[in-house]
Design a binder for this molecule. Structure first.
Ligand SMILES: [Zn+2]
Length: 406
């Protein structure tokens, strides 16, 4: 089984290029997934001569992006020392038998929010989110496509891992969250709808009554959070179940999903020419309760523009559906899965070991998880991540992979 390892460029800069590559190759790892753009993070690394922490409060681009190539949104590049890890890894990786993939965080980029506030997602109540930009914004699409093209042109990466192409929940990336009331699943999904100028314009141009949508959405959120208190009843008050069945709202949600798929399509059109890099992404959606039967057809649209999917147990039915409907790319799409000791669930599919019996230490838990997902037909396992784990953790994970696939 092919194994890749997510790796932070700041760990490479601190620990040393050859040392990192030697460690990875020594564990039998086949490729390094090096972060090219990354969200805000606070980390503790047990590697090197001393335990070190790293903080990136607004996220950044971590490779030497060629600024002149970009249009309106220009990359906020981290220090020269960190971004220099990229060319150094690309130069040295072949001598260690390692391939290089680019790990690109897409929408969760607060530095874009700070510099280009009109690209920000706007929640139904009119509040801009501090953490993320909107996939339907044309400048965001142009920026992401240019960034991937820049990576492929400079470094000829084998695969681009697009992480977080789907919008996060209303509270994604919050620092010290304060939510003291129960927010039911339907209210969570509705709260994550975007009413930024791009989403509003696109909805209106396809004939949707956006102001009516805003009224029924905000009214339903209040109703979900205040059950039993009818409040003011007007034309925007929909009964239980009516909001999910509203055809205009459904179309609006589908537009949200399609914005992320179109963004991947924009990347594909730029990197799928003479230099072909494979594109990989996650399958997560924040609108699961609102998509209904369209979830499968949208999954099919995603399959049209992607080469590999990062999957977990919950994807089994959707992957089977691709085969059942004889999707032309059903057999062409590679499947990979993420392995991490993380216990806290994070939107986007992190913490796959959640729910696996807590037996046999890390190796036992990873093996139990891999046995559950093996029937999905994996081509690869992604280990998360080099700098955050000790060698003994990586040995346990590799041992579990070997125990399942030999
Ligand atoms: Zn939007």
């Amino acid at each position: 089984m092919r194994v890749t390892a997510y790796t932070y460029p700041w760990d490479v800069a601190r620990i040393g290029v050859d040392r990192v590559l030697e460690d990875l190759a020594g564990h039998g790892i086949d490729a390094i997934d090096l972060a090219a753009s990354y969200h805000p993070i606070d980390t503790l690394s047990p590697r090197g001569d001393s335990v070190r922490t790293f903080t990136s409060p607004r996220g950044a681009v971590h490779f030497p992006a060629r600024i002149d190539r970009y249009h309106r949104i220009r990359p906020s590049v981290s220090s020269r020392e960190i971004s220099a890890a990229w060319p150094a890894i690309v130069e040295r990786a072949p001598s260690f038998g390692l391939a290089v993939n680019a790990w690109v965080v897409v929408l969760y980029q607060p530095w874009i929010v700070d510099a280009y506030p009109d690209c920000t997602r706007v929640l139904p109540g009119g509040d801009p989110v501090g953490s993320g930009v909107c996939a339907s914004n044309d400048d965001v699409r142009e920026y992401v496509a240019t960034l991937c093209e820049d990576l492929v042109d400079q470094f000829g990466v084998d695969l681009i891992r697009l992480e977080g192409v789907a919008p996060g929940g209303y509270d994604y990336g919050w620092l010290r969250p304060r939510v003291l009331v129960d927010v039911p699943p339907l209210a969570q999904d509705l709260l994550a709808l975007c009413f930024c100028q791009s989403c509003v314009t696109k909805a209106a141009s396809s004939g949707l009554d956006v102001e009516r949508l805003r009224r029924i959405v905000t009214k339903s959120i209040i109703g979900e959070i205040n059950p039993g208190e009818s409040g003011e009843v007007d034309e925007a008050t929909l009964g239980d179940g009516e909001i999910s069945a509203d055809p205009e709202l459904h179309e609006f949600v589908v537009q949200h999903e399609r914005a992320s798929i179109d963004l991947i399509g924009a990347v594909r059109s730029r990197v799928g020419g003479s230099i072909v890099s494979r594109l990989s992404t996650t399958t997560w959606t924040t609108y699961s309760s609102l998509l209904g039967a369209d979830a499968n057809s949208l999954f099919g649209e995603l399959a049209d523009v992607i080469d590999q999917l990062l999957v977990g147990q919950r994807d089994a039915a959707r992957l089977e559906n691709l085969v059942e409907v004889e999707h032309p790319r059903a057999g062409a799409i590679g499947r990979t899965t993420l392995v991490t000791p993380m216990r806290n669930s994070v939107p986007g599919g992190m913490a796959p070991l959640l729910g696996v019996p807590d037996e046999g230490g890390l190796g036992g838990r990873v093996r139990a998880y891999l046995e559950l997902v093996a029937p999905l037909g994996l081509e690869e396992v992604c280990l998360y991540n080099y700098g955050l784990l000790r060698d003994r953790d990586i040995r346990d994970i590799i041992g579990a992979v070997t125990a399942v696939w030999g």
